[in-house]
Design a binder for this molecule. Structure first.
Ligand SMILES: Cc1cc2nc3c(=O)[nH]c(=O)nc-3n(C[C@H](O)[C@H](O)[C@H](O)COP(=O)(O)OP(=O)(O)OC[C@H]3O[C@@H](n4cnc5c(N)ncnc54)[C@H](O)[C@@H]3O)c2cc1C
Length: 474
């Protein structure tokens, strides 16, 4: 039996961010991270399993201005950490990033977003560029495209492509330099028992007694919450995402406009974080009855969170009977089929690179993860983005996209909650030092300050229900 101040369950980017923030910037005596896999960030935070995008909210056309403001600070914290600690770019690359509008209607939408809805003010580095400049940055995006079709992009140099697995490992390494930090890999938590004056965390390798617990177990966080009697009114819709690979088609990231009312990102193309000659397209969005990709044992975990009660079943029926979502879900089932899958997926790629042929793309084997989209079973609706359940002494983080981008901001928030869990007042979060190691290193334009964009100069977001409807992204 080990005694510790805080146990963090899960060693993905969320758990690792919190471990780093607690170990480096609070003077707690002991903090313990427990991860069931033999390595840090083996599930959704692994390099191959997500889209490697640091979401700022600048090119994600499904974000409202409010959501973009929220995500922006999180992205700047992580980008600042990368700028400060990864000068050799071993964990990230920095390339061009754009959202592409094709045809009059899409171009008008981008212009409105940039000029009238406040995104141009919120993101001073974001620029409107036309066909010629797009061709200079991304020749293949223009090659073979009808010259009469209007083309415009919102482009920024802040295209951080991130190996979130490597970042998570760097957080854990940095935390381990401090005293009182222990990390247990290959150790599965089997249960958490609330003992009134603390928690007993049972694992397949012994138990830990802790004053406070943070569950950062991705899709499994809701399962832990439900086992302890929390998370009522919530279920999960697990959505697997796969990728297709091609050779050297793009220099940076090219997003397309978000499809109406869809909670999942439109397909985008980008160069891999460590190998710019590999272009990835995706992710797809396939519903699966499992919490982790390729781990059959997590089918029964899904059954636990689904619950098979009338509220869950009716919520699924309500969500999936949507006339936009249903055909989209069916199409996405096809993309994963051998042979026909890539032919069916091809039009998505051609939207970004028109000259691509079916022989140019291949399904990326072993890539992809599962997004735990949150279902609100009271309102029978899909909730966008992440969820947090806070109880006495314990909190649970459920983290679909953009959970990797916002991991440090989330950790900063969780630290405040965790400090509230401890009896003593003598623990303090050194926020200034935390910001020095992170957001203070984020490069800004001359005269731009951290608070720019948050000061209300930006116009109100359009009350456009297409935009408000969908805020998740990959
Ligand atoms: C296809 C796809 C594309 C995405 N693209 C992006 C993107 O471009 N940008 C972005 O910001 N986000 C993206 N996301 C979301 C992002 O990957 C996740 O939000 C993020 O990785 C979540 O990190 P996490 O640490 O919370 O969860 P995970 O990385 O899933 O880590 C949870 C950890 O908990 C461990 N665990 C679970 N159960 C137990 C147990 N019983 N005992 C001990 N350990 C346990 C797991 O082994 C795992 O290591 C994408 C997701 C998918 C699936």
């Amino acid at each position: 039996m080990s005694d510790t101040d805080l146990v963090i369950i899960g060693g993905g980017i969320s758990g690792a961010s919190l471990l780093y923030t607690v170990a480096k910037f609070i003077d707690v005596d002991d903090v313990t991270l427990i991860e069931k896999e033999r390595e840090i960030a083996a599930i959704n935070s692994a390099r191959t399993n997500n889209s490697q995008t640091l979401h700022f909210g600048d090119i994600e056309t499904n974000y409202t201005l409010e959501k973009a403001e929220e995500v922006k600070e999180g992205a700047e914290l992580l980008a600042g950490y990368l700028e400060g600690s990864d000068p050799d770019r071993e964990m990230h690359s920095k390339r061009s990033k754009m959202v592409l509008g094709v045809g009059d209607e899409e171009v008008a939408k981008l212009e409105e977003r940039y000029r009238e809805n406040g995104f141009g003010d919120l993101f001073p580095k974001l620029r409107e560029i036309g066909r010629e400049e797009i061709a200079e940055l991304e020749p293949k995006v223009v090659e073979g495209r009808d010259p009469d079709t209007e083309l415009k992009a919102l482009q920024t140099p802040d295209g951080y492509v991130v190996d979130y697995g490597a970042v998570a490992r760097s957080f854990v390494d940095a935390a381990r330099e401090e005293e009182g930090v222990s990390v247990h890999l290959g150790t599965a938590v089997t249960g958490v028992d609330d003992r009134g004056d603390g928690f007993r965390v049972e694992t397949d390798d012994g138990a830990f007694d802790a004053d406070a617990v943070v569950v950062a177990a991705g899709s499994h966080s809701l399962q832990f919450a439900k086992e302890m009697g929390y998370g009522e009114g919530m279920s999960l819709l697990p959505v697997a995402g796969s990728f297709f690979l091609a050779d050297d088609l793009l220099n940076g990231k090219v997003y397309t406009l978000q499809m109406k009312k869809l909670p999942f990102a439109a397909v985008h193309g980008d160069a891999d974080v460590h190998d710019g000659s590999v272009t990835r397209f995706g992710p797809t969005a396939k519903l699966v009855p499992a919490l982790e990709r390729g781990h059959l044992s997590t089918v029964s975990d899904f059954v636990d969170v689904f619950g098979f009660n009338p509220e869950s079943v009716l919520s699924y029926v309500n969500i999936l009977s949507d006339r936009i979502l249903f055909p989209y879900v069916v199409r996405n089932l096809v993309y994963d089929l051998p042979a026909v899958g890539k032919r069916a997926f091809l039009p998505n790629v051609q939207k970004v690179v028109p000259s691509v042929d079916v022989d140019d793309i291949d399904r990326a084997k072993g890539y992809g993860g599962v997004r735990p989209q949150i279902v609100d079973t009271e309102n029978k609706a899909l909730d966008m983005g992440e969820a947090k359940i806070v109880e006495d002494g314990i909190l649970f983080n459920i983290t679909p996209s953009p959970g990797a981008s916002t991991a440090l901001k989330n950790a900063m928030r969780d630290v405040e909650t965790v400090l509230g869990f401890f009896d003593e007042d003598d623990y303090e979060f050194d926020e200034a030092a935390f910001r020095d190691a992170t957001i203070e290193n984020f490069p800004r334009l001359d005269g731009e300050t951290e608070a720019d964009g948050d000061e209300g100069e930006a116009a109100e977001p359009a009350a456009d229900d297409e935009e408000v409807a969908a805020e998740a992204d990959d």
